[in-house]
Ligand binder design. Structure first.
Ligand code: APR
Ligand code: PHB
Length: 397
């Protein structure tokens, strides 16, 4: 078997890259460990920056997103029971879009099927056999139990944080940066109208952080900060709803419609970056290279901006007549991607630090958080900086 680019992982990064490459006339094969149903069952993010929307449109999967996605011109921050709206459109002339990752994945899977590019689901034991100098060879066990292999010019490691691609890189060739946070997010999905259908609400409170989001006009997504030691069983619906409301401002709390949860999970929060994002013929993108805490909704957007850039570099590489692994365009990928990655890491870390209750925080730390939130409430300049980062920083690269 032979292709131009082997993409490991059929999450948003892998599937968007596959579509962008296909549209640039570049053959690619996607290898995914799980089944399509399993990939679709994962409940993840739901807020898209305009640049992510633009990339999805360019990838040919914009129709349903533009028809069914819900534009948000605002977001809101709650502090000390008061709600401060941030009018994104007025502050920075941009907005975000609420559209679930599950729906994006569904659209991408359909487009991939129509494109005729091959995807192998349930590919077990994916191994990078060669990716350093002369060729890229990747092998896997198919559902037939037979080991298959493919030769390619390049490998895109889009296999998430626990994937095989980053793990294949010798530790000495890579530097990693990490911050673990001393709390998690309990997420609840419920088929009830959202409390705040036109703006995500981020709430700082003495009881801890809370977030009101949505997937559609009839599906709400809520989160509350919880200790890392908590288990989902500790949070029956009867405990969740009053706790969520106790962390919100009175108006938003009154608008919460309670209903049975259809999904509930606890996720730890982490910041992580691996540098560089390229080793020989292997290019990392999305969660395979970096993780952000979910405050600010950047994970999915960063995965999409990585692959938009990677697709551009790969297309430039082939346009220059290179079939082998080296060209100026490919050499530039890692540095260009990392500039944006670190900017987004900073915002996600800062928003997390601002809005959560840290167990070890002393009185000074609490006052600093309060002062910073007051400055956000009182200063148009501070709100503008927030809005700029939230809607996606414009990047020259
Ligand atoms: N072989 C093949 N596939 C693998 C392997 C492997 N060894 N390891 C992981 N995968 C697959 C996973 O099953 C998954 O479908 O790679 C895919 C990685 O997808 P994601 O984890 O969604 O990562 P990514 O595409 O980078 O998207 C990142 O989306 O929702 C957000 O918070 C999420 O920030 C994250 C962003
Ligand atoms: C979500 O809708 O799941 C969501 C929204 C905003 C965030 C994080 C998650 O910051």
């Amino acid at each position: 078997m032979r292709t131009q680019v082997v993409i490991v992982g059929a999450g948003p990064a892998g599937l968007v890259l596959g579509q962008l490459l296909h549209r640039a006339g570049i053959a690619n094969l996607v290898l995914e460990r799980h089944t399509p149903d399993h990939v679709l069952s994962r409940i993840r993010a739901g807020i898209l920056e305009q640049t992510s929307v633009d990339t999805l449109v360019a990838a040919g999967v914009g129709a349903r997103l533009l028809a069914e996605g819900i534009p948000h011109d605002e977001l809101a921050i709650v502090h000390a029971g008061r709600k401060q709206p941030l009018d994104l459109t007025r502050l920075v002339g941009a907005r975000v879009m609420a559209y679930g990752q599950t729906e994006i994945t569904r659209d991408l899977m359909q487009a991939r099927e129509a494109s005729g590019q091959e995807t192998v689901y349930a590919a077990q034991g994916v191994r990078l056999d060669d990716w350093q100098d002369t060729a890229a060879v990747v092998s896997w066990h198919g559902s037939d139990g037979v080991r298959h292999s493919v030769e390619a010019d390049l490998i895109a490691g889009c296999d998430g944080f626990h994937g095989v691609c980053r793990a294949s890189i010798p530790a000495a060739a890579m530097r990693t940066f990490e911050r673990a946070y001393p709390f998690g997010w309990l997420g609840v999905m419920a088929d009830v109208p959202p409390a705040s259908p036109h703006a995500v609400v981020y709430a700082h409170s003495d009881r801890g952080f809370a977030l009101c989001s949505m997937r559609s006009r009839l599906r709400s997504r809520y989160y509350v900060q919880c200790p890392l030691s908590d288990r989902v069983e500790d949070w029956p619906d009867a405990r969740f709803w009053p706790e969520l409301k106790a962390r919100l401002d009175p108006e938003t709390a009154a608008a919460v419609v309670e209903g049975p949860s259809i999904e509930k999970s606890i996720a730890p929060l982490r910041s992580f970056v691996a540098e560089p994002m390229r080793f020989g013929r292997l290019f990392l993108a999305g969660d395979a290279a970096h993780i952000v805490p979910p405050t600010g909704a950047k994970g999915l957007n960063l995965a999409i901006s990585d692959v938009a850039l990677l697709a551009e570099c790969i297309a430039e590489h082939y346009a220059g007549g290179h079939s082998k692994g080296n060209s100026v365009a490919l050499a530039a990928y890692s540095d260009r991607a990392l500039r944006r990655v670190w900017a987004v890491e900073r915002f996600s870390w800062w928003a997390t630090s601002l809005l959560h209750r840290f167990p070890e925080m002393d009185g000074f730390g609490v006052r600093m958080q309060q002062a910073e939130l007051e400055s956000l409430f009182g200063s148009v300049a501070a709100r503008t900086a927030f809005a700029e980062n939230y809607t996606g920083i414009a990047f020259e690269s």
